[in-house]
Design a protein around this ligand. Structure first.
Ligand code: ADP
Ligand code: MG
Length: 253
């Protein structure tokens, strides 16, 4: 298998306003792939379009060389945190068991096997002790780990995580990136929407720069270049130099 996601001439608009303009790329498998770009660049829209959650104006999308409708159950999606209602009273273990639902027919109830699988996935993210807690009681980082456990329970080969590091502390971020690496090393492909330029080189194998159109896509070291980053961020980039002369790109707006 050569590509995880293949997108051909994809355009999406909301009420006549263009959100994604003629996007074409072919992504590798078994990598951690970063999606970078300013607010409103269409990062979340791209994920939703690939998942078939928003209608497209034009374009063709293949996941592991198949149509998305066939592969949907093989794709896990962790939405942006602001899109999840954490006041909804649901136990941590039930959030994870929900990841098994694609495997269930509508008349079936989660079996002991599904519950055992959910627990095993909670163990993998180190959250088994929280399984009887309400999801809303957990910290942001803990919630992200639970949603990653749900994605693991789904046994998907392709995962989309929309800003998993937004609003969480550094030690949780470290735990989560290590988890994502472990998942990648198991042979899965992960797309991660990310906004902190300082971590891009450390975290990602491949990189996508998005600003309504595709500014760049390829191996991280080929794409993470000042000129391309600046283009993706409409020039709102500064380079900070430390005393030893190392440069660090930051978004200034
Ligand atoms: P990002 O995730 O990169 O911040 P989005 O994909 O959320 O960007 O949004 C891209 C553009 O589409 C923005 O201009 C946003 O306002 C618009 N948009 C996103 N979702 C909707 C929607 N449901 N209805 C109308 N416009 C939307
Ligand atoms: Mg977004």
């Amino acid at each position: 298998m050569t590509s995880s996601v293949k997108v051909d001439h994809l355009s999406v608009s909301y009420h006549g306003e263009m959100a994604l303009d003629n996007i074409t790329f072919e992504a590798p498998t078994q990598e951690l792939i970063g999606i970078i770009g300013p607010n409103g660049a269409g990062k979340s829209t791209l994920i939703k379009a690939i998942m078939g959650m928003v209608p497209k104006n034009q374009g063709d999308i293949k996941v592991f060389d198949q149509s998305v409708s066939k592969m949907r159950q093989k794709i896990a999606y962790v939405p942006q945190r602001s899109m999840i209602d954490f006041d909804f009273p649901v136990l941590v273990e039930d959030v994870v068991v929900m990841g098994r639902y694609p495997h269930l027919k509508w008349w079936q109830r989660p079996s002991k096997k599904d519950r055992d699988k959910a627990l095993e996935c909670l163990e993998q993210v180190g959250m088994e002790d929280f399984r009887r807690r309400q999801i809303g009681e957990l910290s942001g980082g803990q919630q992200q780990r639970v949603f990653i456990a749900r994605a693991l329970a789904q046994e998907s080969d392709l995962l989309f995580l929309d800003e998993p590091f937004a609003g969480i502390d550094l030690s949780s971020e470290q735990i989560i990136i290590n988890l994502l690496r472990k998942i990648r090393n198991q042979g899965k492909t992960l797309f991660v929407v990310h906004h902190d330029l300082s971590k891009v080189e450390e975290y990602f194998d491949s990189l996508m720069l998005l600003n309504q159109r595709l500014v760049g896509f390829g191996a991280q070291e080929d794409v993470f270049k000042p000129q391309l980053i600046s283009e993706a961020y409409n020039g709102n980039i500064a380079t900070l130099h430390s005393e030893d002369g190392d440069g660090q790109m930051v978004v200034v707006k």
